[in-house]
Design a protein around this ligand. Structure first.
Ligand code: C2E
Ligand code: CA
Length: 247
């Protein structure tokens, strides 16, 4: 797997799809999330859940992270005003030069930092929370939006919501699925209220039905993402979906 993934990076087998994120009206695209895919010869299309955790535990996550950052910044530079959002593993925060390299890649791509969002995934714990906090503060001071991904699952507990100086939290699909029950809706409304008290915005991901959308709106979420609106798509399809004029 290590050899195959290293080769995949060199031989161009990895690429990104982009999934729109919409305002809570469900009509306006406000961002697009870059999601890694691996077209592995003889094995078809491999989803990130099947190789990102491996990369995290085998010293390949920095290389993968640099790849997606560069690719997504270059692609999004042509998207008019639309921001792009990129997943970053907590393990990448162990790299002291992470923030500088993000700034440098965005500058080279011609992407203003105000159009860059970073989603901190829940796939691993932070090695040094204080250092991560300082890095997040520096990103935000330069205009990058920072979200805490998958709230309600894994390591991204509501404690992290207090501990990390982020702009936004994303409710995990497993939590969003519960919004159709009255206990679930009550729980989500409480999380949203907690987030709002801390000055954070709330995205709901994995939204699949109109009923979920209506209830998430009532709970106070301001952004949604999910198959109800669009699946992850190529950069070209994203431009059309978002109604962009490429320049
Ligand atoms: P995530 O960041 O929580 O991304 C959302 C995942 O949910 C994506 O799966 C997306 O395709 C899927 N999804 C979106 N809407 C729906 C829906 O309505 N229903 C269902 N059933 N699924 C939905 P994907 O692309 O397989 O990515 C899985 C995870 O892999 C991501 O979860 C993220 O944690 C990680 N990942 C993806 N790309 C990268 C990357 O470039 N770097 C890092 N570190 N992690 C990545
Ligand atoms: Ca994400």
């Amino acid at each position: 797997m290590h050899t195959a993934l290293s080769m995949a990076l060199k031989q161009g087998e990895l690429f990104a799809l982009y999934q729109p994120q919409l305002a809570i009206d469900g009509l306006h695209v406000v961002c697009a999330e870059a999601l890694l895919r691996w077209q592995r010869p003889g094995m078809g299309l491999i989803n990130p859940d099947d190789f990102v955790p491996f990369a995290e535990h085998n010293a390949l996550i920095d290389e993968l992270g640099s790849f997606i950052l560069e690719r997504a910044c270059q692609t999004a530079a042509d998207w008019g005003d639309l921001p792009v959002s990129i997943n970053v593993s907590p393990l990448q925060f162990a790299q002291a030069g992470l923030v500088d390299s993000i700034f440098e890649v965005a500058r080279r791509a011609g992407l203003p930092l105000s159009r860059l969002e970073i989603e901190i995934t829940e796939t691993a714990p932070f090695a040094d929370l204080a250092a991560a906090r300082a890095m997040i503060e520096r990103l935000r001071a330069h205009g990058v939006t920072v979200s805490l991904d998958d709230l309600g699952s894994g390591y991204a507990t509501t404690c992290l919501m207090r501990d990390l100086p982020v702009d936004r939290v994303k409710l995990a699909k497993s939590i969003v699925d519960l919004v159709v029950t009255s206990a679930g809706a009550e729980g989500i409304a409480k999380i949203v209220a907690q987030a709002r008290e801390l000055g954070l915005n709330v995205t709901a991901e994995g939204v699949e039905t109109a009923e979920q959308l209506a209830r998430l709106k009532a709970c106070g979420c301001d952004r949604v993402q999910g198959f109800l609106f669009a699946r992850p798509m190529s950069a070209g399809e994203l431009s059309t979906f978002a109604g962009l004029t490429l320049g």
